[in-house]
Write a protein that binds this ligand. Sequence first.
Ligand code: ZN
Length: 103
Amino acid sequence: MVTLLRTLGILALAVAILWMVVSEVVFHEARATQVRILLGAGAVLLVASLILSVFSRLSSKMAGRRCPRCGKPVQQGHTYCQDHLKEAVDQFRDDQRKKGHLG
Ligand SMILES: [Zn+2]
């Protein structure tokens, strides 16, 4: 999606520049309005692709939290998946107990 928008944007800008050159060389008149529309469309497409890529990166960062033990995706705000959360809590409790016995 992002790549498509970026490609279209670059294409529109290329066509705008090409059209600017062609209209001046072939038709001997500057078609400023058409060129401006194409340039505007290209700029809009490029900006849209930029915004989309930033958003997709942000959402993947938020949704991309994974359990460090098994790599399963975990709920927002959690470090471990359901299985390993219990395991981590148990281990933490064991460690505390051991420390208590030793100290
Ligand atoms: Zn896990």
